[in-house]
Design a protein around this ligand. Sequence first.
Ligand SMILES: [Fe+2]
Ligand SMILES: [Fe+2]
Length: 159
Amino acid sequence: MSKLAGASTWEESLYEHLTSHELTEGAMLVEYRDAATTSSSSAFRYLSALIMEDEIRHHKVFRDLASALKNDVELDPEAPAIPHMGTWGDDAAAVLTLTEALLEREREDAKELKELTSELKSLKDESLWPLLVRLMEMDTAKHIEILKFVRRHARRAVK
Ligand SMILES: [Fe+2]
Ligand SMILES: [Fe+2]
């Protein structure tokens, strides 16, 4: 594992954690990729491919976190893989307005998905569809979490 120049113990241990987790993620990614391409069950191939997309993203996020930590510790003048929060650009008010509108839309989306879930309830023992709609509900909860984060911080920048 590559070390960080001039890191504190805490930074060194976090870096170790991030990079070792990235390896675990990479190994799981290979297993899902195999399942997604070689399983004799088309349902399992489909679902494994969905997980694989998430794992690709996890792998990238862990890599970005490790890289951003390294950038920070080594006072690298290059822009970090994960941007600094900053003050939400030169128009934080516009970011805030857009975020609030998007949040509203995501909440409507969540409601619709919930209705769809109950419409599909009768299929839950015979089809992947209810699962897929449920997963979109979970994604929507994630989008709401992201937008609430932006809203909270952009509000501070506007004041
Ligand atoms: Fe993962
Ligand atoms: Fe969304």
